[in-house]
Design a protein around this ligand. Structure first.
Ligand SMILES: *[C@@H]1O[C@H](CO)[C@@H](O)[C@H](O)[C@H]1NC(C)=O
Ligand SMILES: *[C@@H]1O[C@H](CO)[C@@H](O)[C@H](O)[C@H]1NC(C)=O
Ligand SMILES: *[C@@H]1O[C@H](CO)[C@@H](O)[C@H](O)[C@H]1NC(C)=O
Length: 410
């Protein structure tokens, strides 16, 4: 009985991961420095046979911010990878810039690959559809499940609606005298990879092919990160439909979609080209009052710190390419209060309603009498700061894509 249910749900969870994992091509994860307009400039080629293209450094700098107060699993995984040799030697984040040069903690430059199909290819390698069969969740050091935090990081093993569902809360039902589910987490663990699949640095690299001088790179780090359960992945079992529970993967998904749009707007690229756009990732130890993720963009017109310890008041657009990179990786977020930003916010009025179960489920799975409905508010409703007046043309403020679509489009 349990076996067949589990099997059914296994196939159901695959609706999140629609791909066949048979892709051979993997991509170069590093850059070269060449001459462009008579100055040093980073170049990138996706595959060895491609002609290296100058990477795009938009004059509107873009910063992707993760607030590690909420993005606990995702930040932990990112920091773990950033402490590996590849993470410590990110070419654009300082390896080639003149020393002594002190980088502020938690700022990194990554390349966003404008070809969506390459993102899918990278994800298939690090987060294949059978990932959850080969990777145990929760992790030994799984951090608190946010928002909340939820009372446990364990998975639901008595009555799971889908693989890696985060455990439900149970209590004594005074009417039946039975221990019953009082509240579903509404969340499950899904595969988080760092660097993200849409980043040049993501994927598994060109192992064994001896690419010179960029090197073959390597695999990303994967980790269990919480995400909202979508009923399309639970055989239609209604769950929090009116009260969606967003967590790390959803906040990240929304931010990455916005990042992609803003970068493509500002860089005016032809989608599908062999090109990358440089942006800054900021890992910030914020508080519950800060949004889980946000994207900031704007133009520096202030005094900027440039090479050789001198300070000049100069617009970003007039810096050399290498000075731009240095500026981007040392950017102080507090100085950017006049920049545009789009925040995600915590979706956190956990209603304590039990999942309504469909009659198509075997009888033994409908055995819980409907339990006491409670209502508890967790987390903070976030202020959404959307300075729409400065949005680039075409930037779309309405992001209603589903969690599963977001997962697929990161
Ligand atoms: C990245 O590429 C540069 C050449 O552009 C090379 O010197 C460096 O070793 C590479 N980094 C890694 C981690 O392979
Ligand atoms: C909560 O999440 C859902 C995702 O299904 C989203 O559509 C909705 O706008 C969110 N609500 C708030 C208040 O953020
Ligand atoms: C669940 O997934 C389906 C199909 O991808 C989508 O249409 C729907 O909006 C999603 N629901 C939520 C609450 O995200």
């Amino acid at each position: 009985m349990w076996v067949s249910i589990t099997t059914a749900r296994l196939s159901a969870v695959q609706c999140l991961l629609l791909f066949v994992s048979l892709v051979e091509a993997q991509y170069i994860q590093n850059y070269t420095i060449g001459k462009w307009n008579n100055q040093d400039h980073p170049f990138w080629r996706r595959e060895p046979q491609d002609i290296p293209q100058p990477v795009i450094i938009p004059n509107e700098q873009t910063i992707l911010v993760y607030n590690c107060h909420y993005m606990k699993a995702i930040c932990l995984n990112a920091r773990r990878w950033l402490a590996t040799p590849r993470g410590l030697n990110l070419l654009l984040s300082g390896a080639l810039t003149p020393k002594p040069y002190t980088l502020p903690a938690g700022r990194y430059l990554f390349g966003y690959d404008i070809r969506n199909s390459a993102t899918d290819d990278r994800r298939r390698r690090n987060c294949p559809s059978n990932w959850n069969q080969n990777h145990l969740c929760p992790e030994p050091d799984q951090p608190d499940v946010m928002p909340g935090p939820w009372f446990t990081t364990s998975t639901e093993n008595q009555d799971p609606l889908q693989v890696n569902e985060i455990a439900a809360e149970r209590d004594l039902d005074v009417r039946s005298g039975q221990i019953e589910i009082t509240r579903r987490s509404g969340l499950f663990y899904s595969c988080e990879e760092f660097p993200a699949a849409s980043f040049v640095e993501g994927g598994t690299g060109t192992a064994g092919t001896g690419v010179v001088p960029e090197g073959d790179g390597g695999t990303g780090s994967t980790y269990c990160a919480p995400m909202m359960i979508n009923k399309s992945c639970t055989q239609g079992i209604g769950l929090f439909d009116e009260d969606p529970q967003w967590s790390e993967q959803n906040w990240q998904g929304q931010a990455h979609q916005r990042l992609a749009r803003i970068l493509q707007n500002n860089a005016q690229v032809v989608p599908g080209n062999n090109q990358a756009i440089i942006f800054t990732l900021a890992l910030v130890d914020g508080t519950a009052g800060d949004p889980p993720t946000k994207v900031m963009w704007g133009t520096s017109q202030e005094t900027v710190s440039v090479v050789k310890g001198t300070r000049r008041s100069i617009p970003f657009s007039e810096l050399s390419s290498m000075e731009k990179l240095q500026h981007m990786v040392t950017q102080n977020l507090e100085e950017l209060s006049d920049w545009n930003s789009i925040d995600t916010h915590v979706n956190a009025s956990h209603s304590l309603k039990r999942a309504q179960k469909k009659s198509t489920l075997p009888r033994e799975h409908q055995s819980h009498p409907s339990s006491v409905q409670l209502s508890r508010s967790v987390g903070t409703e976030m202020q959404v700061s959307r300075k729409t007046s400065k949005l680039p043309r075409g930037a779309d403020l309405v992001f209603s894509t589903s969690a599963s679509e977001q997962l697929l489009s990161l």
